[in-house]
Each structure stands twice: as C-alpha cells, then as structure tokens.
Design a binder for this molecule. Structure first.
Ligand code: ADP
Ligand code: ADP
Length: 230
C-alpha cells in the first residue's frame, strides 16, 4: 500500500523558475527509495516539500497524499529527517542524553515508547551511557550522524528521509551508516528515502531508484534497470 503519493508537485523559490517541476512519486510502506541526481537537480526540494520544511516564501502546487488521506505528514512522528550536517540536528551546548530526552519529552503523549538508552542502542552504540554523557563536539563525524539518526527515530516515523546523510563521511564510516539505515528500516518496517548523488551507494540499499535532473524526475526503476539503461 502507498504510504506517500506525490502528484504533479511543483516548487518555485523565486516565483518564476521551478526548482521542482511536476514531480510524481509514490513510496510504498516499507519501501527503500534511492533519490539520485547531480547537485542542484531538485532532490532536497522534493524531500523538504514532503516534510513540510520548505521556506514559507516558496510557491508549491500539486498534491502530497499521506497514507491515502488528505492529511499532511508531521515531522517527528510521521517523518524523521536526517541532514547532511548532523550539526543541524544537534545542540552544541547540550549533552547527547539531554537532547534525546528533550525530543522524547516533546513527543510523549503523541507516540514514542522509546527511551534514551534504547534509542542510542538502536543506532549502534554498545555503551549508550557513555555517549549520552557527551557533548556533540566529543563525538566523531560518524558518531554524530548516528545520534542525528537517533533524533529522527525518536518519534518512530513511518518514513525516514536521509538527505546526503553520508556524503561528508569517509567511505568506511559511510558504509556503516548505510548498513544501519538498511537494518533499521527492515527491523521497523518503515520506508526510507535515501538521497545521494552517488549512484553506486544508493544501489546498495534501494529497492527502487528515482533519477532527477533539472528539477524533473527522469526515470525510476530497480538499481539494475537504472544501471543497465543505455
Ligand atoms: P539538490 O538537492 O539536488 O542538490 P536542490 O533541491 O537543493 O537540489 O536545488 C534545486 C534548485 O533550487 C537549485 O537550482 C538550487 O539553487 C535552488 N534552491 C535550493 N534551495 C533554494 C532556496 N532556499 N532558495 C532559492 N533557491 C534554492
Ligand atoms: P525544537 O525543534 O523546538 O528545537 P526538539 O529538537 O526538542 O525541539 O524537537 C521538537 C520536535 O521536533 C519534536 O516533535 C521532535 O520529534 C522533532 N524532531 C527533532 N529532531 C527531528 C528529526 N531529525 N526528524 C524529525 N523530527 C525531529
């Protein structure tokens, strides 16, 4: 069943040139979609539109249907968002444990049954207490990105969006994060929108690849179909 159905979605930041032009995209429950394309092709614009994170001045037309209703997905409980720079999700002057506790506190009553040690364990920290006591600057780039993923998972979202979430990391760390995203989505049955300019990396975890260029969706298919396409 479709979790997300996007029809003729057009976004313009300046009122004239569209950064996204009549995009159609469906994401099924549990599906892992790799969104690929060169820099400036409109990938982030599409992701931000889905998550309701576009600047208020952006002009948007077309439709976004969530779980076959006319409600918009909510950040946190419907959608978890992981940015390229984990600093965007982390407060530099708060300990990791306190930040996660704060996000869980905000979500309490809405949904989350998780706690801080459990969240940190889920993203692959064998000693959650040690990490919880640290500040962001005391963690490596890969560790910070794992914590940012923990923030995004706090509300147990149905869709995880990772926007160039591994692009700033070296390849070994990158592979670890990709494995983590793959395992997390398989364990929870949530969907994944994995955005990257790296076709090979996207192919390692995506069920389906969607290729963008110049604000348009050019083609979609399995990694094999896309790679073998002439
Ligand atoms: P990608 O994620 O594929 O790199 P983006 O969606 O970020 O592409 O950008 C698509 C186009 O929209 C680019 O031409 C970019 O310069 C423009 N753009 C992105 N964000 C903004 C913004 N906040 N204001 C104006 N133009 C923007
Ligand atoms: P604020 O956004 O006001 O700084 P918090 O960081 O404590 O406060 O989070 C508030 C809300 O944002 C919560 O509903 C939480 O689920 C949501 N949230 C925080 N980080 C993310 C994320 N990476 N992805 C999705 N939702 C998030």
């Amino acid at each position: 069943t479709p979790l997300l159905e996007i029809t003729k979605l057009t976004v313009s930041y300046d009122g004239t040139t569209p950064a996204l032009h009549e995009a159609n995209l469906t994401v099924a429950a549990g599906e892992r979609v790799g969104l690929i394309g060169e820099s400036g092709s409109g990938k982030s614009t599409l992701a931000l539109a889905i998550a309701g994170l576009l600047p208020r001045t952006a002009r948007v037309s077309g439709s976004i249907r969530w779980q076959q209703t006319d409600t918009v997905p909510r950040k946190g409980t419907d959608i978890g968002y992981v940015f390229q720079d984990p600093a965007g999700s982390l407060d530099p002057v708060m300990r990791i444990g306190a930040q996660l506790a704060e996000i869980l506190r905000v979500l309490r009553g809405k949904q989350s049954q998780l706690d801080v040690p459990e969240l940190l364990a889920r993203v692959g920290f064998p000693d959650p207490e040690i990490i919880a006591a640290r500040y962001p600057h005391q963690l490596s780039g890969g560790q910070k990105q794992r914590v940012a993923i923990a923030c995004a998972l706090a509300g147990q979202p149905r869709l995880l969006i990772a926007d160039e979430a591994t692009s700033a990391l070296d390849t070994i760390v990158q592979a670890g994060i990709v494995r983590l995203l793959s395992r997390l989505t398989a364990d929870t049955g949530s969907s994944l929108l994995f955005i990257t300019h790296d076709l090979a990396l996207a192919s390692t975890l995506a069920d389906r690849l969607v290729v963008m260029r110049n604000g348009r969706i050019l083609e979609a298919g399995t990694p094999r179909e896309i790679i073998e396409h002439p």
